[in-house]
Design a protein around this ligand. Structure first.
Ligand SMILES: [Zn+2]
Length: 944
């Protein structure tokens, strides 16, 4: 871009200022009375200095208006937004928004909507005109009515469409390493509240803007701590990179944008807020692309999303590309990055609920230092969707550059919204009407979760997860007979002629991936029936829409009645995850576990069922706990005649690397939710002489890193150590674990300690990619690991496994011959000397190998493989997993390693696989010796 062109933009800014003054002349009395804004010349000078090239600036943000009586960011924070080496903690952000609210309460309002895991306030900020802020609640109610227009007359709809303002929600800081949007939003709020430029007046008048200033608030503070502790000293020339803190929020890192079931409390708070306010647009600001990518939804596309969405997305995106390109800003593009397949991203809540997710990815260097950056790759290449790419090569990049881009983009998007406000509201309404229509006129018309399934707790969970998303669920009041089947009273029915019917379909149906050649940005499958191992029936018969039943008004929790009056409780193991919670809640009482099926009267109790002898007051307590956990039980006068073991509680450690804490976090979350205590251990705890066996019975090594080597060696040490420790200055560091240096890794000494732990009788459990660790490093000498090859591509499909050892404790509570699991990126396992261990390919015999050595592994389950074995989503190269072991119990010395190729605790999602882990914990010291024969079913005990 040329200098004269730049001058043109400056001129345009002056013109804007002129219009601003002219507009005042015809403004309403209230506005005329407000003092004319003046410009902050100090700001203008500084941002010019901080912006590393003129083309990284725009006429929308090169100036800052002042208004008497309203503090600027510098007045409150001590610095302007975008000053190098300044990042703002959450408490200071709150201070700023509250100062602004105090000065301009008629235009800006803050609201606390909940608390984070670490107890910080979650805040939403609303900015709009005086009239709109006054009318905020009414407008919210209008949008809610349009979100479910079933009870409205056409006249009421017209009235609502004519009087309702679009609500545009912006969020930043979901990913804590993407530091700058929370800074930018502070300046944006000020500009929107104070500026009298005509286009901003128009935004205020026509749009209700809300800000989630920082989404992962705990992570923000931890990242800012880390920044001030280390990153502020990073070399200017891009030499050493001091990374980021090992934790953002309490549990998960980047996956906070993948919590499809909103299992993390903070994330659920945002969903609840969304469902209360239903902003038609939720625009989430990220930083990971060069220089600004604006989401327009490339294939694969979910066909359950409305065609209107696929026109709104590029409508907004191309407008932004057009305007910013016009300002001379290079590197602004759309299309070629993120698809619209997975519904699991946080802000996708909007698209899932007939609104629109919008998303940016802006260039960032993980902090506020001005540093050299090397721009390269596709983002520097011209494409139809990237007409003015970023220049390839080295460039100085500052935090202010990032802010200029994101703020200019957002102001442009808001300006577009304010130009077509009724279009946004009307599209929102139209998409809902289309959803109602689709469920009524096109099959499928419903999904039924049949009553009488084996484990009602799992069914209840699915129903409650659907309800969490505002999906309506009915409970059938009588038997349902439709062409697709007959279902008993009490079955749950999800009728699709409801506002979020298409979203329900997305969650419940099989994901038919449209084109195996297409990559997707996240998972290719999430089918809830498969993820929860419950039966869900697709209903094509339209008469289902008339099936009688009541619509659930609250979450369900089935409380099974406990029959009998004996003092011994028999608790059925039907796969309920709450069984382990019961064991922990009764940790002071002895609990026996049945080694085989048994009967009480005609009632079948599967292996793994609990038997608890009680007396007096303990009996009441046990009864209460069983009932509150929704478990199925009966009482008998005495112990049934069945072989049992003590269900001892293990001392558990979860092993984490420092370089990859995220998937570990989901396991920590699940253990916390099911009340399973554990120590979180890391490289420092497994050094030479650690004597792990003296401390622990079980070590769980969740999915982490990319390989066994990645787990052992993590990241190389740097020229200076990077401690993660609590201090007075950096209070959020050292939480969840502490170390003097996050770099390094356990090394070979650590491997030896793990080997000793197992040989001395410990149980090591490895999930997903962690199953490379015991195989690559020889902890299990009889199991080898290979990697898939060729054009293999498997973004999280659900695949079929065949259960080979139904009697193994890991399989307690599972009744079928098969079990769907999510592909968890574990290794292709091979049992030494046994082909794939029971199968050498398509025509290998199907019987598992007979163990012949003391350390011969047992293959508990294996993948069926091939395309028919892919139950939902995409696996390219599915023949490679044919007959490969899925779960292996490998004895080593006195102990065991259980290798899961799946990741049985994946996000807050694979609940159907969790019991594979919980069983191993409960029966950790009752695992069969190699070659052991299954215990036999015993005779029925008399009923009581
Ligand atoms: Zn991000």
């Amino acid at each position: 871009m040329t200098l004269s062109a730049r001058a043109g933009y400056r001129g345009w800014a002056l013109l804007l200022a002129f219009f601003a003054l002219a507009a005042l002349g015809s403004a309403p009395a209230a506005q005329r009375a407000s003092p004319a804004p003046t410009q902050d010349t100090e700001f203008a000078g500084l941002v010019k200095e901080w912006t590393t090239k003129p083309e990284f600036m725009s006429p929308l943000v090169d100036h800052l208006p002042k208004r008497v009586g309203v503090p600027t960011p510098k007045d409150v924070l001590g610095y302007y937004i975008g000053e190098p080496k300044k990042l703002t903690y959450w408490a200071d952000q709150q201070k700023w928004y509250r100062a602004l609210e105090k000065a301009l309460p008629a235009r800006l309002k803050t609201s606390v909507i909940g608390k984070t895991e670490e107890g910080r306030e979650i805040m939403v900020v609303y900015v709009s005109s005086e009239a709109n802020i006054k009318n905020l609640e009414q407008n919210r109610q209008n949008l809610k009515k349009l979100a479910d227009p079933r009870a409205l007359t056409p006249g009421e709809v017209q009235q609502l469409l004519a009087t309702t303002k679009p609500h545009y929600n912006l969020s930043g800081g979901l990913h804590s390493g993407e530091t700058n949007p929370p800074e930018m939003l502070m300046e944006l709020a000020y500009r929107l509240a104070v500026s009298e430029e005509p286009y901003i007046q128009q935004i205020r008048d026509n749009v209700i803007v809300s800000l989630v200033p920082t989404t992962d608030i705990d992570g923000r503070d931890r990242y800012v701590d880390w920044y001030y502790a280390y990153k502020i000293d990073e070399p200017y020339d891009g030499g050493e990179n001091y990374g980021g803190p090992p934790y953002w929020g309490k549990y998960v890192f980047h996956d906070n944008n993948r919590d499809i079931n909103y299992g993390v409390d903070t994330l659920r708070t945002y969903l609840n807020w969304y469902l209360q306010w239903v902003p038609p647009i939720w625009h989430d600001l990220h930083e990971a692309q060069t220089l600004l990518y604006t989401f327009s939804g490339q294939p694969p596309n979910s066909l359950n999303l409305d065609p209107i969405l696929y026109t709104e997305l590029p409508f907004f995106a191309t407008y932004e590309v057009n305007k910013l390109t016009g300002y001379g800003m290079p590197g602004v593009w759309h299309f070629g990055f993120v698809d619209t397949w997975s519904p699991g991203y946080l802000a996708f809540a909007a698209s899932n609920h007939n609104g629109m997710i919008r998303m940016y990815e802006i260039f960032n260097q993980g902090g506020a230092n001005t540093k050299k950056a090397r721009l390269q790759g596709p983002a520097t290449q011209r494409q139809w969707f990237r007409p003015n790419p970023a220049p390839a090569g080295e460039v100085d990049w500052s935090i202010r550059n990032s802010i200029n881009y994101s703020e200019t983009g957002v102001l442009t998007a808001l300006e577009l919204t304010s130009t077509f406000p009724q279009m946004v509201v009307e599209n929102f309404y139209r998409k809902t009407m289309n959803s109602l229509e689709a469920g009524s006129t096109k099959a499928p018309h419903a999904f039924v979760i049949p009553g009488g399934q084996r484990d009602q707790t799992q069914v209840d969970r699915v129903v409650n997860l659907l309800r969490r998303q505002a999906i309506e669920v009915h409970r059938a009041s009588g038997e349902i007979k439709v062409k697709d089947g007959t279902f008993p009273a009490g079955s749950y029915v999800v009728k699709l002629n409801q506002p979020y019917g298409r979203f329900a379909k997305t969650l419940l149906e099989k994901q038919n991936y449209p084109d195996p050649q297409l990559q997707t940005y996240d998972d290719s499958a999430w089918t809830m029936g498969l993820a929860n191992n419950i039966e869900v029936k697709t209903i094509e018969d339209k008469t289902i829409l008339d099936a009688p039943g009541e619509r659930l008004g609250a979450d369900v929790q089935t409380r099974a009645a406990i029959s009998g009056s004996g003092s011994t409780y028999a608790v059925k193991h039907t796969g309920a995850l709450n069984l382990i919670t019961l064991r922990y809640r009764l940790k002071d009482l002895p609990v026996r576990g049945a080694k085989a099926n048994f009967k009480i009267g005609t009632d079948e109790f599967p292996a793994g069922s609990f038997l608890i002898s009680t007396s007096g007051a303990q009996g009441d307590r046990v009864r209460k706990e069983i009932e509150s956990l929704g478990l199925v039980a009966t009482t008998v006068a005495s112990m049934p005649d069945v072989q049992t073991v003590d269900v001892d509680l293990p001392r558990i450690a979860i092993y984490t690397t420092w370089s990859n804490t995220e998937k570990v976090g989901w396991v920590r979350l699940a253990f916390d939710r099911w009340e399973i205590p554990f120590d979180l251990i890391h490289k420092d705890h497994v050094q030479n002489g650690a004597n792990l066996r003296a401390k622990y019975d079980v070590i769980v090594m969740p999915h982490q890193g990319n390989s066994g080597k990645g787990i052992v060696f993590e990241q190389p040490k740097l020229s200076k150590p990077l401690p993660y420790k609590k201090s007075d200055r950096f209070k959020s560091m050292g939480m969840y674990a502490e170390t003097d240096d996050t770099r390094g890794g356990m090394g070979i000494d650590g491997v030896a300690e793990f080997a000793k732990f197992v040989e001395q009788g410990g149980l090591l459990m490895t999930f997903g990619v962690s199953s490379y660790f015991p195989t690559e490093f020889g902890v299990t000498r009889t199991v080898d690991a290979q990697r898939p090859s060729g054009t293999w591509y498997a973004p999280g499909p659900y695949v079929q496994t065949e259960i080979l050892r139904a009697e193994h404790p890991v399989m307690y509570g599972y009744s079928g011959k098969t079990l769907p699991v999510r592909w968890g990126d574990g290794p292709l396992l091979q049992i030494a000397g046994a082909g794939f261990g029971g199968g050498g390919g398509a025509d290998a015999p199907s019987a598992p190998p007979v163990p012949t050595r003391p350390d011969s592994p047992t293959i508990i389950a294996r993948f069926t493989g091939g395309d028919p074995g892919v139950l939902s989503g995409l696996m390219r190269g599915a023949d490679q997993i044919r007959n490969r072991p899925a779960i292996v119990d490998a004895p080593v010395g006195k102990g065991h390693v259980i290798l899961y190729v799946n990741n049985p605790i994946y996000r807050w999602q694979t609940f159907g696989e969790h019991a594979l882990v919980f069983n191993a914990l409960l029966f950790h010291n009752d695992l069969p010796a190699p070659g052991a024969k299954p215990a036999t079913t015993t005779a029925a005990a008399p009923p009581q």
